[in-house]
Design a protein around this ligand. Sequence first.
Ligand SMILES: Cc1cc2nc3c(=O)[nH]c(=O)nc-3n(C[C@H](O)[C@H](O)[C@H](O)COP(=O)(O)OP(=O)(O)OC[C@H]3O[C@@H](n4cnc5c(N)ncnc54)[C@H](O)[C@@H]3O)c2cc1C
Length: 433
Amino acid sequence: MSHQASTTEAAVAQRATREHNWAGNYTYRADRLHRPTTLEQVRELVANAPRIRVLGSRHSFNGIGDSSELLTLDGLAPDVSIDHDANTVSFAGGLKYGQLAEALNAEGFALSNLASLPHISVAGAVATATHGSGDANGNLATAVAGLELVTSSGDIVTARRGEPDFDGLVVGLGALGAVTRITLDVEPAYQVRQRVFEGLTWEALFEHFDAITSSGYSVSVFTRSGETTDQVWVKSRVTGAPEELRTDLFGARAATAEQHPILGMDPVNSTAQLGAPGRWSDRLAHFRMGFAPSAGDEIQSEYFVPRRRAIAAIEALRSLADAIRPILQVCEIRTIAADKLWMSPQYGQDTVGIHFTWKRDEDGVKRVLADVEAVLAPFAPRPHWGKLFLADATALARLYERLPDFARLVERLDPRGAFRNEWLESHILIRRR
Ligand SMILES: Cc1cc2nc3c(=O)[nH]c(=O)nc-3n(C[C@H](O)[C@H](O)[C@H](O)COP(=O)(O)OP(=O)(O)OC[C@H]3O[C@@H](n4cnc5c(N)ncnc54)[C@H](O)[C@@H]3O)c2cc1C
């Protein structure tokens, strides 16, 4: 294709007055934000940009999505298409989970899982291996059955599950190209009940860890690092079988009023609880579309440890409770099943995710992260790609056996380095001379 510059006609390029991420803790350095409305425009913009990145819904907390030029794909027509025989749905690269869920519900279909919020773009979530919870549930990237991306030459590459390199392409960290179309597995729509249990003791959590994380389809333990955990959120799929509405979970009492994951906050933005059945899309996330999710004024970090070592890792972290507590809003513990995606923190191992929603004290958070990463080091912690962490490329290379293959894939698909950025060169790839 032609690499001649005619991007003016191709898309509106805004000279951005410094764009921010959702949390406001990161200011993108880019001074151009393009909003193409067709695939041809995406191809032309990418092929002509010296350095470029696609922005999703900006819910990451670090510079993973930054570049000298940025592209948002939310101007592409959603073009949602369900394949009833293959049980898949395909759609354009700018769509958010909330929008996709509406389209799926209209046709009686569902996804197998969601993250804590439906506000995020599917492409951005997949690129960072975003996850929900559930002993048998992989992260959200494991639902990807196919991808279409525009590489730095402006060419279109498509890949389907099972093809060579597909497992390297999915959790692509935004480094391989602009994902313009995604195909996800779907299943018949189902209903979910959500119940919250309060005051689980640490002893009960450690003694009955497997029974607690398997007490529902998706289970989250929330704590502010106090004497007990605060809450256990249990999401169960509604089946035809009669259900026992338990009022106790290993000593924790079923809540009798709706809750926010951060105890004491107004639950107005939380998904419905108290065991009332509802659509999968209205229960699997913690936060409702149409409302601001989480606390808003926050920074997040998360580390994944091998499931079999999770209790020891959590106990080790509790030794830092006095340092963590002053800047912590809430900590969430979730389980995520193993997969084969090269850059997934779940690659080859069932994991437990230990997440921190911090107060907006970036320096304080970085100080505590140094201690957190030191205490977790014996457990080979893999950080969440979209959240704040300190580990550098040398440390992370030891944790990802397929990283050399990923680096070769980056080199092959993006030989001119258009999608490279500072974050990638600090944490994943060795900087080019
Ligand atoms: C309130 C809140 C709650 C959260 N809850 C969870 C949770 O429950 N579980 C969890 O795992 N994470 C969670 N996160 C983290 C979040 O899911 C990730 O940071 C995710 O990447 C956000 O998606 P995004 O669309 O905002 O991506 P962005 O932050 O915009 O981008 C992330 C990366 O994806 C790339 N990218 C985006 N779109 C494309 C595309 N079309 N083509 C190529 N590359 C692309 C970008 O270049 C960048 O590298 C939460 C974040 C917030 C703010």
